[in-house]
Design a binder for this molecule. Sequence first.
Ligand SMILES: Nc1ncnc2c1ncn2[C@@H]1O[C@H](COP(=O)(O)OP(=O)(O)OP(=O)(O)O)[C@@H](O)[C@H]1O
Ligand SMILES: [Mg+2]
Length: 231
Amino acid sequence: MRQLNSINNILKKHPLNLGKGKKSIQNKVSLIETNQLKQLFNIEAKKYYASKNKTFTIDNNNKNFLNQLCRYFTQDEAFETIHNGDLNKGLFIYGNSGTGKTSSLTIINQISKKYTLKNLWFPIIETSEVVMKFNTEKNKDYVIKYYSNGNYMLDDLGSEPFASNIFIYGKEDIFIRILEARYIQFITKGTKTYITSNLTLQEIKKRYGLRIEDRFIEMFNILKLDGESRR
Ligand SMILES: Nc1ncnc2c1ncn2[C@@H]1O[C@H](COP(=O)(O)OP(=O)(O)OP(=O)(O)O)[C@@H](O)[C@H]1O
Ligand SMILES: [Mg+2]
């Protein structure tokens, strides 16, 4: 309740604009409505980009994506009815470099912390960081297991190098194991994975194999965030 009060206090300064359309039906799980999240996103994105000497821009390249993202994180049925998505799946966000994939999820993550919206929260893990941990850790299976559990954002999948597994294989592309394990967690527990990547599904297949690509279709909503780089 306290968190809703604090959100409403923020929104008092920035009144809700519910628009002309019908208010979307909200799933019971959500603690915040889509229009509220959009308002918060607007406020926090402005601050986030200002801290990077950028001006938050919404244009034809990211408008639909940001709509989808807010509807997804509020468990809004419109995500399924309008965008043909599945609220039980995770997110695979792909597109050119610099289009705002990492930033958008980082802003959602910051909103969840600031307004204690637990169901929006996820740790942000860089895929190359996982490889570094794997390379230096003695207990390699532990690293794989650690990153196979819980709702995580895996940032920049496909940019990570192959890992060194001198004991067994020499080089290993460890995300094959992590993603397979996360698929099992998704099926058995509904664990969500949020991925950002420059790779298309075709390129995912090329690097991680057909088994992974096949699982991606089942476990992810595939969202494209394209356009010129904003860097
Ligand atoms: N909507 C936006 N308005 C203004 N600046 C933005 C916006 N989205 C992203 N940026 C800026 O563009 C740059 C790239 O953003 P970000 O790192 O999120 O892109 P990315 O899609 O994750 O890129 P990559 O694929 O290379 O990881 C950053 O400096 C970020 O601040
Ligand atoms: Mg990125």
